[in-house]
Design a protein around this ligand. Structure first.
Ligand SMILES: [Zn+2]
Length: 501
């Protein structure tokens, strides 16, 4: 009896194990809408294989993409057969079927085909049971996948003279994880033609940045430039006092408030200076649909003798942002700005939330053009903790407030637990999308798990079952390192000092 029970238990465990494909399902990041693993048995990805692509796209275009990616990802040159179909699949979405001898992808857009190939790359295993080999096998799956939000941005700051290839790797990883926008902030690390003095030594020439913008196009991710038009004007941290312009050129001090941190909005020369730089970036980024103007943490704003002379500094701030809104709207481009200077720091309603505005910010918001998109960043929950409280997720009252006032809002998390909750909040309450920030912390796997995996799921599949997200973390936190390696291969990074983030 004892032996029999043990036998039955073993059988049951065997059945349970055979049906448990969570490890395979969890490989796909962001969490897909629907994935069915038919079998753990894997099909070799070989050159003799057929990739059948059903889409309304031009055959040459699809064929070139699939051929290039198959060569890059799996070192194969499969036969690509293009057929008409896929019109009903949503933009960026895809159907993938690897259960037959051929790979079948259905999509309505090139982004959809590209996303299916990224998913396949995440699913594929190196060939099994040999001492050496560069082949791959893929498990048998059927996937129906699409993004629930259209705006999914990854924010990267090129601070502290980071080498440019780090921005390239972040861009490639963001595309790999199906983000569709990449916000690049320079912090004095780009050379402007009209204002060459506004750059640190060793700043990057625009020709180098142009390559990144072009690379984004081939990866299906749109780059958005950022230029701070309010605070953070010196392109240095608040601690340390470095200033990109004033350290070497004290004669430019009138452009800023006395501390140098914030532009002086009463000075027309400051606005012209900003406009020169912003329009250069806009052209360099090939006239993107969005431009980020910063706007956070504008300490000592309006502290000079001129700014507050008429007691209406809030009007100057509104005029300033509205000016740039119109400047870009004429070019079919919407500006994005951070939220914190727009909500009053001492309001009881925002206790525990991020708010840096003064007593006049109600008037400031009322005067702002509603075409401006507000990026609401919240890195902690309202009880001042960095982790989700056990009794549920607080409601992000500032998001609701800004929406009620008629603003389009994008939610921004960082390296803590607010990221998934902010995605869900945006999706269920009419938010425009998400913008995952990194702030110099995109350096180790613990952090980039949150930024890449949770961030991408928060925009792609914000209503994913919490259990799926947890399963994914259990099974894939180490697979992210494999994805970093994939991108290193793409970039031919072989030096072990630079192979990790
Ligand atoms: Zn001033």
């Amino acid at each position: 009896m004892k032996h029999f029970s043990f036998f039955v238990l073993c059988c049951l465990a065997g059945i349970a194990a055979a049906a448990d494909y969570r490890d395979i399902e969890a490989r796909v990041v962001p969490v897909p809408q629907k994935i069915e693993v038919a079998s753990r048995a894997a099909t070799p990805l070989k050159t003799e294989m057929v990739f059948q692509i059903q889409s309304p796209l031009k055959a040459e275009e699809v064929s070139a993409l699939v051929t290039d990616d198959a060569k890059q990802y799996w070192h194969i040159a499969p036969q690509v057969i293009c057929e008409k179909g896929g019109e009903k699949v949503s933009d960026e979405g895809y159907l993938l079927d690897t259960t037959k001898s051929e790979i079948v992808i259905t999509a309505s857009s090139l982004s959809g085909v590209r996303n299916a190939l990224c998913t396949m790359r995440q699913l594929a295993e190196p060939e099994r049971g040999v001492a050496k080999g560069c082949g791959f096998v893929i498990p048998q799956v059927k996937i129906d996948d699409f993004p629930q939000m259209k705006f999914r941005a990854f924010h990267f700051m090129l601070a502290n003279r980071q080498p440019l290839w780090k921005a390239e790797r972040a861009l490639r990883l963001a595309a790999y994880y199906k983000y569709n926008y990449f916000v690049l902030e320079f912090w004095g690390n780009i050379q402007f033609d009209r204002h060459p003095e506004y750059a640190y030594d060793g700043a990057y020439p625009q020709s180098e940045i142009k390559k990144l913008v072009a690379l984004g196009k081939t990866l299906g991710i749109t780059l958005i430039p950022q230029f701070q038009i309010f605070g953070h004007a010196g392109c240095g941290g608040i601690n340390g006092g470095k200033h990109v312009l004033l350290d070497k050129h004290p004669e430019y001090a009138p452009l800023f408030e006395p501390s140098g941190w914030t532009w002086c909005l009463a000075n027309p020369a400051a606005r012209q200076y900003i406009e020169d730089c912003a329009l250069e970036l806009y052209e360099l980024f090939d006239r993107p649909p969005y431009f980020h103007v910063g706007g956070d943490e504008a300490y000592n704003a309006g502290s000079c003798s001129l700014c507050r002379a008429d007691g209406k500094y809030w009007q100057k701030v509104a005029d300033h942002f509205n000016y740039f809104q119109k400047l870009f709207a004429k070019r079919n481009c919407r500006i994005l700005m951070w939220h914190d200077m727009l909500v009053r720091r001492d309001a009881p309603a925002w206790k525990g939330s991020t708010a840096n505005g003064d007593e006049n910010c109600d008037k400031l918001r009322a005067a702002l053009d509603r075409d401006i998109i507000i990026c609401y960043w919240e890195y902690r929950f309202a009880d001042h903790h960095y982790r989700a409280p056990k009794d549920g997720v607080p409601g992000f009252p500032i998001f609701d407030f800004l929406r009620k006032e008629g603003f389009d809002v994008v939610n921004s998390g960082w390296m803590y637990d607010t990221t998934p909750a902010l995605g869900e909040k945006a999706f269920k309450n009419g938010g425009l999308g998400i913008m995952q920030t990194t702030w110099g912390q995109f350096t180790n796997s613990g952090n980039y798990y949150t930024m890449l995996a949770e961030g991408s799921t928060s925009g792609w599949n914000p209503t994913a079952e919490y259990k799926q997200v947890i399963d994914q973390k259990i099974f894939t936190v180490d697979l992210l390192n494999k994805c970093v390696r994939d991108v290193n291969y793409d970039m031919k990074i072989t030096d072990d000092r630079t192979s990790t983030l």
